[in-house]
Design a protein around this ligand. Structure first.
Ligand SMILES: [Zn+2]
Length: 149
C-alpha cells in the first residue's frame, strides 16, 4: 500500500462512517515505528494527521480499515471537543483505568459506525499470538462476539 492509497482509504472510511469529518483536512502518512500501529494528531484546528506504521503496508486492506476507523473516532471526539480525547495523554498519567476505558469506548463507537468486521481483522492481524493488553481497547474475543451477535 502506498501513501496515496492510505489517504484514499481514509477518505473512503470518512465517507462511509464519519460524515462530521468530511470538511476537515487530513494527512495520512506511513512512518517507521516499533511502538505503535497508528497514531493521530492535530496540525491545526481543522487539520488532522494519521500516521500508520510502515508494517501496515503489508496488512490486508480490511485490517488497515479497522485501525483507521478507530483513529477516526479519536479524531472525531477531538474535533467535537469531547474532552476525554483532548487530554488523553494526561489522563493516562493520572489513571490507566480511564485510559483503558476510553480505548474501549473508542472501539465501541467504531463498531457502532459499522466497522466491527474491520476492527476484528485489524486485531487479528496485529495481535494474533500476542498476550492480551487492555490498553488496546476491546479484546479480539470481545470484538468477535459483538460483531457476530
Ligand atoms: Zn485509541
Amino acid at each position: 500500500m502506498t501513501k496515496n492509497q492510505l489517504t484514499r482509504l481514509t477518505i473512503e472510511i470518512i465517507e462511509r462512517g464519519f460524515p462530521e469529518l468530511s470538511n476537515i483536512e487530513l494527512t495520512a502518512v506511513f512512518r517507521k515505528s516499533k511502538d505503535y500501529h497508528f497514531c493521530w494528531g492535530l496540525l491545526s484546528p481543522e487539520w488532522f494527521f494519521i500516521e500508520a506504521s510502515t508494517r501496515l503496508k503489508q496488512a490486508p486492506l480490511i485490517a488497515v480499515s479497522g485501525g483507521l476507523a478507530h483513529e477516526l473516532v479519536h479524531i472525531t471526539n477531538c474535533y467535537k471537543n469531547i474532552a476525554f480525547d483532548n487530554i488523553a495523554d494526561l489522563i493516562y498519567k493520572i489513571s490507566r483505568r480511564s485510559y483503558i476505558w476510553n480505548e474501549r469506548r473508542t472501539d465501541m463507537e467504531a463498531v457502532k459506525r459499522g466497522f466491527g468486521k474491520e476492527l476484528v481483522a485489524f486485531s487479528e492481524w496485529a495481535y494474533t499470538g500476542k498476550p492480551e493488553n487492555p490498553e488496546r481497547g476491546l479484546s479480539m474475543g470481545e470484538l468477535r462476539s459483538i460483531v457476530e451477535a
